[in-house]
Design a protein around this ligand. Structure first.
Ligand code: PLP
Length: 385
């Protein structure tokens, strides 16, 4: 394997050089006024990415920490939770709620498809209203986007809390936390935010605060009342990862310099490019166009074990692709196209993947993927932008 790693996995994703450089700056005290102004500025900017006016916290944890923070604060033992499971990460959210003592009902869709709002409506009508509904915006294990706006509309005038995992889409897709009525929205640093793992972001609506304030905190680290109290002073209750916050400052500068709508459009274009390329080399896409993720694409590899082609691509070319998770283990490969990546790199990865398939005897015509990707960009909707 070559020394250089080419990460086309859905996290961690490549880190831009100026973000890496920012993280080497000398540390400051986390109770200093400089820190408070840094944190205030970061929170205000991340809120813009979330499209929210709600309170927002930056945890020094991975994304699962923010899932746990939302569940531990918003749901009490024995309370009913409806978990919409469209893949591996939906299952994880449900498991977190179970661990914290909720009575979880899983409403599972076929993996590779989004949740069905009619089925959600029926599930809501069946029993007493759940305390919370858990959903995944972008199901990273299948490359499917779910209709959170539609789900939010179902719950808006009810007391049920909407908790949404947007770990692999926030920063790359147009996500309207407030307009959609999301009470707890969460994401983390190592995907479209172009940072190493280690930060998670959680927004908390006024409706969510009512539920949080009505019960004694159960998690110590993720005691949201403590986070709110410290946050009001520009601080974090516990020592934060200051270096990652420096990196976040640089990553946000990059996002805003490009412009959020431009960043979203770029990711949509990448998805079209990669989908056309994978199809062009003869793979079967898991998600239909209508629900396709802008950040990650999953495909079946007819006739060739997906894990074998991934292993060969990594060993021979340094190309890292993700595999299937849970019930899709060994069945698919997943190609990430989010964050700090450009068309040259995406086309290069498609070309190398073709070579890997060819070595395993898959009937692929060299150049077919790149030609199909280019054709899509030149003729498909939206153009090269
Ligand atoms: C990556 C990811 C997570 C978070 O995982 P961590 O390893 O805890 O950061 C959660 N949900 C989704 C949809 C993800 O893609």
């Amino acid at each position: 394997m070559q020394g250089k790693q080419h990460l086309f996995i859905p996290g961690p994703t490549p880190v831009p050089p100026e973000v890496a450089a920012a993280m080497t700056r000398p540390l400051i005290g986390h109770r200093s006024s400089e820190f408070a102004s840094l944190q205030r500025s970061l929170v205000a900017q991340v809120k813009q990415v979330f499209q929210t006016e709600n309170d927002l916290f930056i945890f020094s944890s991975s994304g699962t920490g923010a899932m746990e923070a939302a569940v531990a604060a918003g749901v009490q033992p024995g309370e009913r939770v409806l978990a919409l499971v469209t893949g591996h990460f939906g299952n994880r959210f449900a498991a977190v709620a179970e661990r914290w003592g909720a009575r979880v009902e899983r409403l599972e869709s076929t993996w590779g498809e989004p949740f069905d709002l009619e089925a959600v409506k029926e599930a809501l009508a069946r029993g007493p209203l759940p305390k919370a509904v858990l959903a995944t915006h972008n199901e990273t294990s299948t490359g499917v986007v779910n209709d959170i706006a539609g789900l939010g509309a179902l719950l808006r005038d009810t007391p049920a809390l909407l908790m949404v995992d947007a770990v692999s889409s926030m920063g790359a897709m147009d996500i309207r936390t407030d307009e959609w009525g999301v009470d707890f929205m969460l994401t983390s640093s190592q995907k479209a935010f172009m940072l190493p793992p280690g930060l998670a972001f959680l927004s908390v609506s006024p409706k969510a605060w009512q539920a949080v304030e009505a019960a004694a905190p159960r998690s110590f680290y993720f005691d949201l009342l403590a986070w709110r109290q410290s946050g009001a002073k520009g601080f974090s209750p516990w020592t934060p990862s200051i270096a990652l916050l420096y990196g976040l400052e640089a990553a946000l500068a990059r996002l805003f310099a490009e412009g959020l709508p431009e960043v979203w459009a770029r990711h949509r274009r990448y998805a079209r490019l990669v989908r056309a390329g994978l199809k062009g080399m003869g793979l079967e896409l898991l998600a239909a166009d209508a629900c396709a993720s802008a950040t990650v694409t999953a495909a079946r590899t007819p006739g060739v074990p997906a894990d074998e082609v991934r292993a060969l691509a990594r060993r021979e070319y340094g190309l890292s692709l993700a595999g299937g998770k849970g019930k899709l283990a060994g069945e698919i490969l997943r190609f990430s196209h989010m964050g700090y990546v450009d068309e040259l790199e995406l086309l290069g990865a498609l070309a190398v993947l073709e070579l890997a398939f060819a070595r395993l005897g898959f009937p692929v015509k060299p150049g077919a993927a790149v030609a199909a990707a280019e054709e899509e960009l030149l003729t498909g909707g939206g153009g090269r932008g």
